[in-house]
Design a protein around this ligand. Sequence first.
Ligand code: PLP
Length: 410
Amino acid sequence: MTPAVCAAIERLRAEPGDGVCAYVYDLDALRAHARAMRACLPPGYEIYYAAKANAEAPILRTLAPWVDGFEAASGGELRWLQQQQPGRPLLFGGPGKLDSELALAVSLPDCTVHVESLGELDRLARIATQAGKRVRVFLRMNISVPGIRDTRLMMGGKPTPFGLDEDALAQAARCLGENPQLRLEGFHFHLMSHQRDVAMQLQLVRAYIAATLRWREQYGLDARVVNAGGGFGIDYADHARSFDWPAFCEGLRELDLPRAHGLRVRFEPGRFISVGCGYYAMQVLDIKRSHGEYFAVARGGTHHFRTPAAQGHDHPFQVIRGGDAPVLANQPVTLVGQLCTPKDVLARAQTVAALAVGDCLVFSLAGAYAWNISHQNFLMHPAPRMVFLESEHSPQFEPDRTEIAETAEC
Ligand SMILES: *Cc1c(COP(=O)(O)O)cnc(C)c1O
């Protein structure tokens, strides 16, 4: 927890009311992280932020100077991104796109559509014709890459609703040939999330580039960009074992494949970019013993912060002690929220040095797939406070691309 976050939670606690229940975002930390990610990346590689991880306006604004654009996974996200970041390059992916959403994508000044099926390709061709527009297209491909281990969340390499099989390419190429309003720019791959293995990820990038070169040749396609997806993994239990981005970038530099083939390679991470800047803070309302085990009931719960339930893990946290003498010392306690369900657990049997009513539990790594994946209306509890911290001295300038490449430290 950064000092700024700690101070903000102390300020919240000092306010009169029913106790702390808030998301606190450290935008300076987010900026520093995005800048460092960018600084490592060799030339020829791009980063788009997958907005579904967390699309809060201040997050997008903070990231904007350090990313090449944003990725939307629905028409709603696409509209929001266009409103929040007008004119920035947008990517539009995801299954089940509506005609109205495709029409929106076609109407935007800089939107690339990731096509998920042959049916969608046909619909997009018709919609672009009706609008009298050209549209940039990537074909999302579901391929299996030999030797790659599955992670906990697989989107490809086996039957899924995502992307095209390789044997659909001949027909896709025919459709593209007959519809010059569709301009194929590249292929899109997003086979898995939670990938923490740098060597595997490099192997995937190599396989994507090889497949793209093969298909270019085989079908006479002019695809120049490989979108290698997101999915860079976080180890919630031990953050030091999360995906090693600098080592990955070093590997990319050695690969040097894109330059050799006149390609660009694009990544679209979500979790890895924003997870670290967010904290969910809940003040302890009650500490009780039930059948021999301790429970701390705190203000809020999984209806605000579903991540521990979604991941099925004990979420990392720290205690900010209040003024009261500890009720528990060096004892295991299960941290729960205010919901009337035994599933409202954020961490189970965690040994705490000291805990009292009025203390704050601060869950870190809560900046991605947290508030926005939660069942917020269940039980009609009020929403958490949203606090965005930004030091007044942070550089607000929007650096140009060369400066990004040259000045920031890795
Ligand atoms: C969700 C998603 C991402 C981002 O995944 P992370 O695991 O958050 O990096 C990128 N691309 C596509 C197509 C996605 O569906």
